[in-house]
Design a protein around this ligand. Structure first.
Ligand code: GDP
Ligand code: IMO
Ligand code: MG
Length: 426
């Protein structure tokens, strides 16, 4: 049975949580493939609000299998907190419906310390504005082949040796470069094992599990964290995260074959947001930005930071469609644009004095581009009650058609509010 992918087509927070939760009804298996506890995926069910950081957004549904692939950097403490807090709210989570890759790299306290200390040293505009969850340093260790993996928690000698090797270098840095306190290997190893017993039943060879499930004809959906413009390779480097939210990350982060992947859904808001530093060419002025932030509740689900808001950037969206071979676009938060009588969409950049439709992925260069806008008619009426495409006013339909024409990708689903039923098929 083929597998489908849902990934963020902007700088994160596109509404992946809501959509994956909704789509989960039709799938048997939901898989997270990259990122870590930097993610915050919100699911609203009636009066209840859930924010997933590491758990796939399918966990609220009964009789589904949720998998955390090895491409994820696992903050075990945060994961256990997340599991227990959901269990307390009556959500059943057990090794029957959650499996975690034994090869996932784990985030240790020194990763978070270095993440924060590195940021604190950077001057003003050079700061990335990370979530402080240790993501960059944990991926660094993975790629320099000194990372501690989940499986290592069950071999005391290996765990201690790895932590000792890591701390030799990290303590030097912590003390002499960052003026932080040094850590003791035995204490770090003991702390890392604190939840080992709890997690053990969930641990699995998720690559073979996934292939078995696919062979059995189970329907699988992959849930991206962050967004394509935060991708370490394709995003606005260096103002990016340290993983691949784009399509390649699905394969490297889970072991699924490209032949099993059918649809790739890209989620985009009807406008642009960004949390943290880095270029946002279509950023609105303070007054307009505040209006959108309030109307859209644009505050970070993980850090609570206000999100910066801008007009929809079609140059960036087209780049993301091409990179990922998007089969469909899912458009969220179009209801928020009801506050405007006219809506800007960015169709070109002026870059180095020339008009272009090519995205500029270098983070510093992107600061230099000037957006060229087309002004589209607003609709000025509430969309949150719409349940069918036909319910949308003409101007909203034209907005959607404009996106389709520009990108060449169909907008198949439109979301008009945070609740499960606030959705319509285009
Ligand atoms: P994610 O990280 O991509 O899962 O997105 P977040 O959960 O960080 O942020 C999206 C926010 O928008 C959440 O508060 C959602 O409840 C909310 N949301 C999702 N879809 C819609 C929509 O269509 N309209 C409105 N108004 N809110 C939405
Ligand atoms: P979800 O999955 C929005 C941003 C941070 C920072 C940059 C690097 O909820 O869409 P990191 O801590 O990853 O090293 O920070 O990436 N960032 C996100 N922005 N949504 C996210 O996740 C994000 N995860 C990281 O703000 O700019
Ligand atoms: Mg989020």
């Amino acid at each position: 049975m083929p597998a489908d992918v849902i990934l963020g087509a902007q700088w994160g927070d596109e509404g992946k949580g809501k959509i994956v939760d909704l789509f989960s009804e039709k799938y048997d298996v939901i898989v997270r493939y990259q990122g870590g506890a930097n993610a915050g995926h919100t699911v609203i069910v009636g009066k209840e609000k859930y924010v997933m950081h590491l758990l796939p957004s399918g966990v609220l549904h009964k009789n589904k299998i949720n998998i955390i692939g090895h491409g994820v950097v696992l903050d075990v403490e945060s994961l256990v907190e997340e599991i227990i807090s959901l269990q307390k709210r009556g959500i059943s989570i057990s090794p029957k419906n959650l499996l975690i890759s034994e090869n996932a790299s784990i985030v240790l306290p020194y990763h978070k310390m270095i993440d924060k200390a590195k940021e604190a040293r950077k001057k003003g505009g050079k700061k990335i504005g990370t979530t402080g969850r240790g993501i960059g340093p944990a991926y660094t260790d993975k790629y320099v082949r000194i990372g501690v993996r989940l499986r290592d928690l069950y071999n005391d000698a290996v765990l201690l040796a790895k932590v000792e090797e890591n701390l030799e270098e990290k303590n030097f840095l912590l003390k002499n470069f960052y003026s932080e306190k040094e850590l003791v290997a035995k204490t770090v190893a003991a702390e890392a094992k604190k939840h080992a017993k709890f997690i053990k039943p969930y641990m699995a060879n998720t690559v073979s599990v996934l292939h078995d499930l696919l062979k059995k004809g189970k329907k699988v959906i992959f849930e991206g964290a962050q967004g394509a413009l935060l991708d370490i390779d394709f995003g606005t480097y260096p103002y990016v995260t340290s993983s691949n939210p784009t399509i390649g990350g699905v394969m490297t982060g889970t072991g699924v074959s490209h032949r099993d992947i059918k649809k790739v859904w890209g989620i985009t808001k009807a406008y642009q947001t960004r949390v943290g530093n880095g270029p946002l060419p279509t950023e609105m002025d303070e007054d307009l930005g505040n209006k959108v932030r309030e109307a859209g509740g644009e505050y970070g689900a993980t850090t609570g930071r206000p999100r910066r808001c801008g007009w929809l950037d079609l140059v960036a969206l087209k780049y993301v469609c091409e990179l990922n071979g998007l089969s469909d676009i899912l458009l969220t938060k179009i209801d928020v644009l009801s506050i405007f009588s006219g809506i800007n969409v960015c169709t070109h950049y002026i870059y180095k004095g020339k008009k272009t439709q090519n995205f500029v992925s270098d983070g510093e260069e992107l600061y230099t581009v000037k957006p060229v806008y087309k002004k589209l008619k607003g609709w000025g009426t509430d969309l949150t009650k719409a349940r069918k495409y036909q319910d949308l006013p003409k101007a909203a339909k034209n907005y959607i058609k404009f996106i389709e024409k520009y990108t060449g990708v169909k907008v198949s689903i439109v979301s008009v509010g945070p609740e499960r039923d606030q959705i319509l098929k285009a």
